[in-house]
Design a protein around this ligand. Structure first.
Ligand code: ATP
Length: 585
């Protein structure tokens, strides 16, 4: 398949934001694609080459890309930099440069999807000495044979800046229409995606074996299941209103969620956002196998740092000392953890996803051999407000955040947030009623004691419809000297020359960042703002939401992908609640 087919379709997609139109274009592309290439095309339209959980990253720096363009078209680096500086898009710069070259030479060989994909894959595998040169060679050789349009998209994929605005939902709609003729079949495709997190794998099955095979799709080891999530609830009273007569209450521990996959001696760990985090927890890899009484299994647990002498839970942030490549051994012994199990999704060829909670809990109790290192999260069957209140007190006294409340007959609903699980936190009772998880998009240099650091940060929410990050507030309080230092270390590696195209902000910042870091923020009030873009037009035309007196809680939410941060809709809910409380007062 020629890469020009894909490039032309990408070009069409870039020009529209209408979901129906995008779906139609995608259906056309899928129908034209040879079946064996379907997964490759499905990955490429999302700007990736393997499912995210495999952690295959192209990681091409702008500088390297500029050198590769220069080598391929025979023009000086400076000329390319000037074009990029003017236009702000390196893909378009590549296209402009190839246009200049093709005025004097002819392209030799047509590039195919297979070739582009294989080259990208090879590039992703290169590391160590000499890898930069090899990467440059591969890129410039592709660009040599590329048309201007092809060059533009090769570059965008390499840099991770391809934004076709295609949500996973749109891809699933298109797969259903293209290969089953019915959009309604998307539900089965989505189920398969939710239990595998691999749209490429699912798309190949739909395309070659049809929807009946997809209906039979089951969880498999080392392919992470998208997590089941909980709705928020305000009070014990509301819990009783929403829950059936009897239900389970579990402590809500404040740590890092982990999905543990075990096959004999092999242990792989996935985070809440399905990143492979095995490398950070060698102690789990070494110890957990023998504490799980099954050869194969998929389990869910919360990793919590502890004080080994007293057995007390420590703040969640302590886990961040594990997020390093060097001297990890030291961090492992200095920051011990416990693994607290709350679910089982698979064991010994048994898929447990459709089993009710009560049964899964029994299996879990049977399979986990409790020790100081591995424990079951405390659970109690409850019926009334008093019992919930009482268990909530116990949980807070044990150093937990609150309770998770779970219906006994509910299956594990992968990838969904719903009312079969509710979360009740103590802190919900004050001010805004909840904290927000916001993305750092920019910063302002500090003064006085904060000179040389970022004194104030510009934050954004996530807009899932547009796949972008609209601004919501600046935050300058809640930082300790240590956290300011730490944030500077992290953020100074994320600086971009220009504002990222997914960042929506009218405010100017001293520096802009790749939207990659999520912070937990509390505030006293949500106000309407003519400047900020979160929830634009939801309440009043031309206004978005802003936060009054925002404050950093001290929690960097490393485990959250930026796409998991708070949305305009969530802010709207808090805003409406605040308005209601004000009216009642
Ligand atoms: P939060 O911001 O409250 O951490 P979240 O968006 O990360 O929430 P939620 O589904 O809203 O995810 O809350 C559930 C999270 O709480 C889980 O992801 C898990 O990490 C943690 N957790 C702690 N204890 C439990 C438990 N007993 N059962 C399920 N999840 C638990």
């Amino acid at each position: 398949m020629e890469f020009s087919v894909i490039s032309e379709i990408f070009e069409k997609m870039e020009k529209t934001t209408k979901r129906i139109e995008l779906t139609n274009i995608l259906v056309e592309l899928l129908e034209e694609t040879p079946k064996k290439l379907i997964p490759n095309v499905v990955y490429l339209i999302q700007g990736i080459i393997r499912p995210n959980f495999e952690g295959v990253e192209l990681g091409i720096a702008e500088k390297l890309a500029i050198r590769a363009i220069s080598k391929s078209v025979g023009l000086p680096v400076k000329k390319i930099e000037v074009d990029y500086e003017e236009g702000g898009d390196l893909g378009i710069t590549a296209s402009n440069m190839i246009k200049l070259k093709t005025q004097t030479t002819f392209t030799t060989e047509k590039i195919t999807v297979e070739r582009v994909y294989d080259t990208l894959f090879k590039i992703s595998k290169l590391e160590g000495k000499g890898s930069q040169d090899l990467k440059m060679k591969y890129i410039s050789s592709l660009l040599n044979d590329a048309t201007p349009l092809e060059g533009k998209f090769v570059l965008k994929i390499l840099l991770g800046t391809l934004r076709l605005g295609i949500a996973e939902n749109t891809v699933m709609d298109a797969l259903a229409i293209a290969f089953t003729g019915k959009k309604e079949n998307r539900e089965h495709i989505e189920n398969a995606y939710n239990v595998s997190s691999d749209l490429g794998k699912v798309s190949l099955i739909v395309a070659t074996d049809g929807i009946d095979e997809i209906k039979k799709f089951r969880i498999s080891l080392f392919s992470p299941v998208r997590p089941m999530l909980a709705d928020r609830i305000q009070s014990e009273k509301d819990v009783i209103k929403k829950m059936p007569e009897q239900f389970a209450a579990e402590y809500k521990l404040d740590g890092e969620r982990v999905q543990i996959h075990k096959k004999n001696d092999t242990i792989i760990l996935f985070s809440r956002s399905l990143e492979n985090i095995t490398q950070y927890y060698p102690d789990i890899v070494d110890n957990i196998g023998k504490l799980l009484k099954t050869d194969n299994g998929v389990f869910e647990a919360e990793i919590v740092p502890i004080n080994e002498n007293t057995g007390e839970f420590l703040p969640f942030q302590e886990l961040m000392h594990r997020r390093r490549k060097h001297k990890l051994d030291e961090a492992v012994s200095q920051y011990p953890i416990t693994v607290n199990f709350f679910d089982v999704l698979y064991y010994d060829k048994n898929d447990c996803l459709d089993s009710p909670y009560s049964e899964r809990r029994k299996i879990l109790e049977r399979l986990v051999d409790e020790s100081n290192f591995a424990k079951l999260i405390p659970m109690l069957l409850v019926k009334n407000e008093n019992e919930v209140e009482d268990f909530l007190e116990n949980s807070i006294n044990a150093g937990c955040e609150g309770l998770m409340l779970k219906t006994l007959d509910s299956p594990y609903r992968a990838g969904t947030r719903g009312s079969n699980w509710l979360k009740l936190k103590r802190e919900y009772r004050n001010e805004l009623g909840d904290s927000l998880d916001l993305v750092v998009i920019g910063a302002y240099f500090g003064k006085g004691r904060r000179t040389g650091l970022y004194g104030t940060l510009l934050l954004a929410s996530y807009n899932p419809e547009e796949d972008n990050f609209p601004s919501i507030c600046k935050v300058g309080t809640g930082f300790t000297d240590e956290s300011l230092d730490q944030l500077y270390q992290i953020l100074s590696n994320k600086v971009t020359i220009k504002k990222n195209s997914r960042v929506m902000s009218e405010m100017e910042a001293d520096v802009w960042f790749e939207p990659e870091l999520v912070l937990e923020i509390v505030a006293s009030e949500i106000t309407l703002s003519p400047i900020h873009k979160t929830g634009l037009n939801l309440i009043r035309k031309g206004s978005g939401f802003a936060l009054r007196f925002p404050k950093f809680t001290g929690k960097i939410r490393y485990e959250k992908a930026v796409e998991d941060s708070s949305t305009g809709e969530e802010v709207l809910t808090l805003y409406n609640r605040q308005t209601k409380i004000n009216q009642e007062a």
